[in-house]
Design a protein around this ligand. Structure first.
Ligand code: PRP
Ligand code: URA
Length: 209
C-alpha cells in the first residue's frame, strides 16, 4: 500500500487557509500556491540520497554531504498543476519538467488527455506529479498510468488538497505511488468538487472565472 503523507506544518496550514479563502485574489492565490509547493518540496525530497565529498573549510579539511545527483522530473497535470512547478524547481533547478494535459469531463468526471510532452529519460528519473486537487482521483490515476506506460518507475504525487475518495482511488490503482498532501478534506460534493476545498484551482490560478 502506498503511503499518504499529510504535511501539516504550521506555515503550510497558514498559507492553505488563504488559498482556500474565496476573498483571495489571483495574485495572492498564485503566490501562496507557489510558496506551499516550495515548503512541501522539503518533505517530498526527504529520501533523496546523499554522497560524501571532501572539502576544505577555512579551518580544516572535512567530509561533508551533497546530493548524490539523482535525476528528478516534475510533471504538472495541466492546467492547475503548473502553479506548483516553480516552487519545486526553485529548490531543484536541475529538474526537468514534463507536461500532461488532462481535463475532467464535467458530465462523466472522467479525465480526457489533450497533451503529453515528457523528458526522453523519464525511466531514469524520480518523478513528482503535481496537481493542487485530488478529487475523484481520475486525473491523477490516468496521469500515473501514462507515465508508467512511457517507462516511468519512480513516481510521487504531490497535491494541496485531497478528498478521501481520490486517495483511495490512487492507492487502489497505483499502490507503489506515495501521495503528499497539505490537507485531506471531508468529501466530494455532487459536482465532484472537494468540500470544503478551494473551488476550481485552475480558474483561481489563471483568473478564468
Ligand atoms: C482539476 C484539478 C485536477 C482534477 C481533479 O482539473 O486540477 O486535475 O480537476 O479532479 P479528479 O481528481 O476528479 O480527476 P480540471 O479538470 O478542472 O482542469 P484544469 O486544471 O485545466 O482547470
Ligand atoms: N478540481 C478542482 O479544481 N477543484 C475541485 O474541488 C475538484 C476538482
Amino acid at each position: 500500500m502506498s503511503k499518504v503523507h499529510v504535511l501539516d506544518h504550521p506555515l503550510i496550514q497558514h498559507k492553505l487557509t488563504f488559498i482556500r479563502d474565496e476573498n483571495t485574489g489571483v495574485k495572492e492565490f498564485r503566490e501562496m500556491v507557489d510558496e506551499v509547493a516550495l515548503l512541501m518540496t522539503y518533505e517530498v525530497t526527504r529520501d533523496l540520497s546523499l554522497q560524501e565529498v571532501e572539502i576544505n573549510t577555512p579551518i580544516c579539511k572535512t567530509k561533508s554531504k551533497v546530493l548524490a545527483g539523482k535525476k528528478i522530473g516534475v510533471v504538472p497535470i495541466l492546467r492547475a498543476g503548473l502553479g506548483m512547478v516553480d516552487g519545486i524547481t526553485s529548490l531543484i533547478p536541475s529538474a526537468k519538467v514534463g507536461h500532461i494535459g488532462l481535463y475532467r469531463d464535467p458530465e462523466t468526471l472522467e479525465p480526457v488527455e489533450y497533451y503529453c510532452k515528457l523528458p526522453t529519460d523519464i525511466h531514469e528519473r524520480d518523478l513528482i506529479i503535481t496537481d493542487p486537487m485530488l478529487a475523484t482521483g481520475g486525473s491523477a490515476s490516468a496521469a500515473i498510468s501514462f507515465l508508467k506506460q512511457r517507462g516511468a518507475k519512480h513516481i510521487k504525487l504531490m497535491c494541496l488538497i485531497a478528498a478521501p475518495e481520490g486517495i483511495e482511488r490512487v492507492q487502489k490503482d497505483h499502490d507503489d505511488v506515495d501521495i503528499y498532501v497539505a490537507a485531506v478534506d471531508e468529501k466530494l460534493n455532487e459536482h465532484g468538487y472537494i468540500v470544503p476545498g478551494l473551488g476550481d484551482a485552475g480558474d483561481r490560478l489563471f483568473g478564468t472565472k
